[in-house]
Ligand binder design. Structure first.
Ligand code: F6R
Length: 261
């Protein structure tokens, strides 16, 4: 894994957006894995700005989101489909038919999970997967003890996740208890993974994810197995990393990062 430490949450999100934009320019048919959540809002703001100001073209790309709540219709402001429309899809020239999220209203949820996996495979697999990290260390909704080889399936949300997202639903009692999520195995099959974490509340979990032992208790640790994973953090989220100076040295010296410094 490579770790890039940026001065603040804005610089971190901008760097992630620039990496996505570079990949999209190099391959207009990019299959892009997307995430939702507070952290990603700044990334989408930057992508929308790049579309408007620099003509960043989404017309040929296909997108697959990590997850969707079970039982929440797309018209509900808490649905991840609603989130994606609000923060990205309706502001750029992506073809809505090329945007995919699991259907949390499907009558047969297991069949829906199989269908989602098959449609990722049919698209040729994910080129670049964007990831946030939950306070319990999840990627997607792969809560502690999720198998590191898991595929898209229905997961019960843990108390930590319910607490983390409760405010958005107006209370924990109003939150859905389950979500469909890509599995850890599905995620690490992406050709490139890009993790973004900002803020002090993510400091412990980032230290575990990057420098801790690989464990299904913190599913983000599976990213250590990935041949091409970049974690972008701000100073706050990176504050508990032991090898910060080493990560900074790599970013300053690795030719790949020259245009981003
Ligand atoms: C969302 C997702 C989650 C979030 C994580 C961080 O699609 O898969 O793993 O990325 O919960 O959420 P925020 O950014 O709200 O802290």
């Amino acid at each position: 894994m490579e770790v890039i430490i940026q001065p603040d949450k804005h610089a971190a999100a901008l760097l992630v957006a620039r990496i996505i934009a570079k990949e999209l320019r190099a391959n207009p048919h990019l299959v892009l894995g997307l995430a939702t959540g507070k952290t990603m809002e700044r990334v989408y703001q930057q992508l929308v700005r790049m579309h408007r100001e620099a003509g960043l073209d989404f017309s040929l790309c296909r997108t697959f989101n990590l997850d969707e709540y079970v039982g929440v219709p797309a018209s509900d402001p808490n649905a991840y489909r609603f989130y994606m429309n609000r923060h990205l899809f309706r502001h750029v020239n992506v073809d809505p038919r090329n945007t995919h999220l699991p259907n949390g209203l499907a009558s047969d949820l297991d069949e829906e999970c199989r269908r989602y996996e098959a449609s990722i495979t049919r698209s040729g697999g994910i080129d670049l997967q964007l990831l946030g990290i939950g306070r319990a260390g999840h990627i997607g909704f792969n809560e502690p003890l999720s198998a590191l080889s898991s595929r898209t399936r229905v997961k019960a949300l843990t108390p930590t996740t319910l607490k983390q997202n409760a405010a958005l639903f107006g209370g924990e009692d109003k939150m859905p208890r389950r979500a469909i999520t890509m599995g850890v195995g599905t995620i690490i099959e992406a050709r490139r993974c890009l993790l973004l974490a900002t803020g002090e509340s993510k400091a412990d979990v980032i230290a575990q994810a990057v420098e801790g032992p690989i464990t299904s208790m913190v599913t983000a640790t599976a990213l250590q197995l990935h041949p091409r994973c970049t974690a972008v953090v701000d100073e706050d989220a990176g504050s508990k990393l032991k090898e910060k100076e080493y990560y900074r040295w790599i970013f300053e010296n690795e030719p790949e990062w020259e245009s981003y410094r």
